[in-house]
Design a protein around this ligand. Structure first.
Ligand code: ATP
Ligand code: MG
Length: 587
């Protein structure tokens, strides 16, 4: 814990203008039961089945909320379209029927490769309703990463747009399992080039009677989504989830993001990674919110414009974006009226304490960090609307989740000590498999724990503190140093925009701490600044933990989901092969 950043106390529930859904964390956690609080609260199918898309869309129509807005789309050219839950149901039912007509079978993997347009969501929900498994990909991928993943998964269908299909045309005939490619030509932005694999979404949809569709009676154990991980630590793994994940996605949406019916919710994640499906589809729609879908990428002014114009109440984003917003500056924030906001959440990487405090000053509320993984399918540890925030901590386990800190023998450690972050298996949104990698899957379970691959500690009050990925933790002169701590100290310096820290092999100390930093626009690299940063870090940290070396770089290597790729910094530093770079962001 950092003494520089005192606890941010929350007002008592009776003093909150809108009472939070989770009003007493400790009591709820004590009395919690997944059946009572989770499984029994959704509608389920008449025959006892469970379908993620039914719970997200159809049940609101059945329950008289069909006229609520489900999504407001803001296109990259300023277009706007709004769809109610009834319209969403109709479009997704029609697409479900299209897929059944094309012969898609239960469990078939259907890849979705497109930008964030409404049809992406109609297709995703339609596929789930018809029993298929959705596999979304970042639209920025080139042909090779798309081919790798589709071949690995044995893809049956691909849903895409004309522009993106043109980018990967050369690889499509090589994918043996691929039956058809469905192309969505949104607003006639482009031309569909005919070939024997390709079908037009519009042509397929226009002849369908939405009332003809019969939802596939999936069970909670049927597969629903396959997501490839971000590739921060190595080759991405195909993580397979089941329909029952919806229980935890719904409940974490309600308690960890405080989502309420008709909230205006803005999740900035792309469905190409798990936040963009669990919290860009399931959690918001099962909670019956109006979701803003913004096709464009990061832009401080566009995002603030959206929050102001649509009156966004809940905003879920990522540390990389928050650091960019900080870089854009306080003077930009003050130009906008952001008072509609009630809750801000962050995930994907550690959220530097500086960012939490910056948010508190500029948005008049702290940013709530929460922790989870592709493998966990939903939020596992969070800062809640009702709990005090210790900046730099990822908060406390979600009710029903048991987390522990283990030693190398996988035995639990005492509070305060750092070690392997682990979770007791059996949570509803737990992955079912790494696709065709049983050995790797099995290696993640030890002595009754799921091993997350991260290092952390827990304090005596139950707050968890992330230190780094197990692979990234640095062993220097007998100390274990988490890169996050060093990076957070460096970005407190006004010159530093972002920092990535690695352990560099050293004959004496085993490893020394080396930092790579990008600078804010009004600062230039110099030896003097380098010395100043080292001195600054030594004051904040101990001399043994502060970086010994600092390099200035123009671009921080990151995944497309915005995570710093420390393994790449290290490989480049040591002149080693870069490994799988399919998820590397290219600016
Ligand atoms: P790969 O598994 O392919 O190396 P990845 O682990 O980055 O990639 P994801 O499943 O997208 O793939 O990310 C989960 C990881 O992101 C976590 O294990 C953790 O390292 C990091 N992470 C997510 N949220 C947080 C957070 N709030 N604080 C710290 N780290 C986080
Ligand atoms: Mg991982």
């Amino acid at each position: 814990m950092s003494d520089n950043f005192p606890t941010i106390a929350k007002p008592s529930v009776s003093n909150m203008p809108i009472p939070p859904n989770l009003s007493d964390y400790e009591k709820t956690r004590k009395d919690f039961d997944w059946f009572k609080d989770g499984f029994s609260k959704l509608d389920w199918l008449p025959d006892g089945g469970l379908n993620n898309a039914y719970e997200s869309v159809d049940r609101h129509v059945k329950n008289g909320k069909g006229n609520y807005n489900a999504l407001i789309w803001i296109g990259k050219n300023g277009e706007e379209e709004t769809y109610t839950y009834s319209e969403f149901k109709e479009e997704s039912d029609k697409f479900g029927q299209v897929m059944k007509n094309l012969g898609m079978k239960r469990g078939d993997r259907v890849f979705i490769f497109m930008d964030r347009i409404p049809e992406l969501y109609f297709a995703a929900m339609g596929i789930l309703k018809a029993g298929g498994v959705i596999a979304p990909l970042f639209s920025a991928f080139g042909p090779d990463p798309v081919r790798d993943r589709m071949e690995d998964a044995g893809a049956s269908f691909l849903i895409t747009t004309p522009e993106l299909k043109a980018k990967i045309n050369s690889i499509l005939p090589k994918i043996q399992t691929l039956q058809k490619v469905i192309v969505i030509n949104k607003l006639n932005r482009s031309e569909i080039e005919p070939d024997n694999l390709t079908l037009s979404y519009d042509d397929l949809m226009k002849s369908i009677d939405p009332n003809s569709f019969v939802l596939e009676p999936t069970t909670q154990y049927d597969f629903s989504i396959m997501h490839y991980t971000s590739g921060s630590t190595g080759k991405p793994k195909g993580v397979l989830h089941r329909h029952q994940a919806v229980i935890q996605q719904w409940l974490t949406g309600k308690w960890a993001l405080d989502l309420k019916e008709q909230d205006i919710y803005f999740c900035t994640a792309d469905p190409g990674w798990v936040t963009g499906t669990s919290y860009g589809m399931m959690a918001p729609w099962t909670n019956c919110v109006t979701q803003i879908i913004y096709e464009g990428g990061f832009s401080a002014t566009s995002w603030y414009d959206i929050i102001q114009k649509y009156g966004v109440t809940v905003w879920y984003t990522a540390p990389t974006a928050i650091r960019l917003l900080m870089r854009a500056g306080e003077s930009v924030v003050t130009k906008y009226d952001l008072t509609s906001l009630r809750f801000i959440g962050s995930v994907g990487e550690p959220l530097n304490p500086e960012a939490v405090v910056w948010g508190n000053r500029n948005y008049k509320m702290p940013i709530h960090d929460n922790w989870w993984q592709t493998e966990t399918g939903a939020i596992m540890c969070a800062n809640y609307q009702v709990t005090d925030i210790r900046p730099g901590s990822m908060g406390k386990p979600f009710p029903g989740i048991t987390m522990g800190i283990l030693d190398e023998e996988y035995n639990e450690k005492k509070s305060g000590e750092s070690g392997i972050l682990a979770v007791r298996p059996g949570w509803p949104s737990q992955m079912f498999a790494y696709w065709q990698q049983d050995e790797m899957y099995n290696s993640r379970f030890k002595k009754g724990w799921y091993i997350t691959g991260d290092q952390a500690s827990v304090d005596k009050d139950g707050y968890f503190w992330f230190q780094g990925r197990a692979d990234d933790v640095i062993n220097t002169a007998g100390h274990l140093v988490g890169p996050f701590e060093v990076e957070s100290a460096l970005i407190e310096h006004p010159a530093v925009a972002e920092a990535g820290v690695i352990g560099k092999p050293d004959p004496i100390a085993m490893e020394v701490v080396k930092a790579f930093v990008t600078l804010n626009t009004d600062h230039q690299p110099s030896d003097q600044l380098r010395r100043e940063l080292i001195r600054f870090a030594r004051e904040k940290l101990s001399a043994g933990v502060a970086p010994r070396e600092i390099d200035f770089i123009d671009i921080m290597p990151k995944t497309r989901s915005g995570k710093i790729m420390r393994r790449l910094l290290k490989a480049r530093e040591l002149g080693l092969p870069e490994g799988d770079t399919s998820t590397l962001e290219d600016d």
